[in-house]
Design a protein around this ligand. Structure first.
Ligand code: FMN
Length: 404
């Protein structure tokens, strides 16, 4: 296990020494990177002694010249040599920088160059932790697939009691090793995922779309990546950041999505169609903006290509997982779709309910499998649901092979 431990400038920096020791004891080679502020709290020598490695504190070492050139590429080398980036304590400042892609010191530059999993252990004053800016930055980082060990409640060094105390270093070390040695049961798979809505143009300024946020598709991509898969996401226009380490192919219309999916079908071992593809597109797209002069405008719509059916015909041995968003007769519709489109699994979700479905972070779905099984998954985060979908997909593949 090769781990980079990024240490931010907070009071809890001294506890990062305990974390470094726990990681080394767990068998990891630990490269410590300290921010300049962190060195105000703890001496780099402490970490060097605990890890047996030189501690990195600067992007450009004092003296400049050739030494600076060597250091300027060091952040790329460190990014490539390590499998996990743990940041503890993750300061409010570091989370803001990571969320917005700043790269003005070694740790933030390394963060941008790093493609593996990232584990953040925030620690700060309670008001800083609950501030809307910190909440928003954390939400961005979570969306992007960062793992977070939440701070604990307790008496803080600033004299207040509340949330913000760094989680127990042993617990952080446990999470770090779990991330690295956890299941890699999708290793060797190439998973092609579609995500988000499509947009069908009406005229140069208007389009028809739907309320899909892409969150379910991106959660699937993150879960598959963490379990060792190579992931390709064909994504309609979304407002959420792409998970690191996955290939994202941006598309706009249903027809573009079809072309991109077919281009990558050959490589895929599992295809998950989580996108909400428009069912209709304009028979004729107006070349100029439609003026507001007529009392009524009629739009003539033609069906878009049925991507799921087409993959169903061409899928060969690949597992094909489709999604069905329904407002009524959920299970019957899912079963009909499974048969008619030659899918192996349909993930059916009732849309229009509070707190699940489009735009929300949670979901509640029913899996309808080719074996005839129907599994209701309890409400959970889209990330949890994504993981359970892959659990079932792997079981299903074994059952389908065994039945041959
Ligand atoms: C005594 C002291 C304690 C601090 N403790 C924290 C803390 O626990 N968490 C935090 O986010 N910032 C804390 N700060 C503020 C950070 O040090 C400051 O935002 C700094 O710019 C962070 O730099 P870095 O993110 O590059 O490490 C503290 C500052 C001081 C002076």
């Amino acid at each position: 296990m090769n781990i980079v431990l990024g240490v931010g400038g907070g009071i809890a920096a001294y506890k990062a020494a305990e974390l470094a020791r726990a990681l080394v004891q767990a068998g990891a080679r630990v490269q410590v990177v300290m921010t300049r502020a962190a060195t105000e709290f703890v001496q780099p020598l402490t970490f060097a002694a605990l890890t047996g490695q030189k501690v990195i504190t600067d992007l450009f070492p004092a003296g400049g010249g050739e030494a600076a050139l060597a250091s300027a590429v060091e952040h790329i080398a460190v990014a490539q040599q390590n499998e996990l980036l743990v940041v503890a304590p993750a300061t409010a400042d570091l989370m803001a920088k990571f969320a917005h892609g700043a790269a003005d010191d070694f740790l933030s530059t390394l963060h941008l160059a790093f493609t593996g999993p990232i584990l953040l252990a925030p620690a700060m004053n309670s008001n800083m932790w609950t501030h809307p800016a910190t909440r928003a930055n954390l939400a961005i980082l979570r969306e992007r697939g960062c793992h977070v060990v939440e701070p604990e409640e307790g008496f803080l060094a600033c004299g207040v009691t509340g949330p913000g105390r760094l989680a127990d270093p042993e617990h952080i070390a446990g999470e770090a090793t779990r991330l690295l040695t956890g299941r890699k049961d999708l290793d060797g798979e190439t998973i092609l995922i579609t995500a988000g809505p499509t947009e069908e143009p009406i005229d140069p300024v208007r389009f028809i779309s739907n309320r899909s946020s892409g969150k379910m598709g991106y959660a699937l991509a993150t879960a598959a990546r963490d379990r060792g898969a190579r992931v390709i996401v064909v994504s309609g226009p979304v407002q959420i950041p792409a998970p690191a380490g996955v290939t994202v192919i941006p598309v706009r219309t249903a027809s573009e999505m079809r072309d991109a999916v077919l281009r990558h079908l050959e490589d895929a071992t599992i295809v998950v169609k989580a996108a909400a593809v428009a069912d209709f597109h304009l028979a004729r797209v107006a070349q100029q903006k439609i003026k507001k002069t007529a009392a009524r405008v009629s739009l003539e719509l033609d069906p878009t290509p049925d991507i799921l059916s087409e993959i169903g015909r061409k899928k060969g041995d690949r597992l094909l997982i489709g999604f069905a968003a329904e407002t009524q007769d959920l299970k019957q519709e899912a079963k009909r779709k499974l048969e008619s489109k030659n899918c192996d699994m349909i993930v059916a979700n009732m849309v229009g309910q509070q707190g699940t479905g489009f735009e929300s972070d949670d979901n509640e779905v029913t899996l309808v499998l080719r074996t005839g099984e129907v599994v209701d998954l309890p409400r959970g985060s889209k990330r949890d649901i994504a993981s359970q979908i892959f659990d079932r997909a792997l079981q299903l593949r074994l059952a389908l092979y065994a039945a041959r």
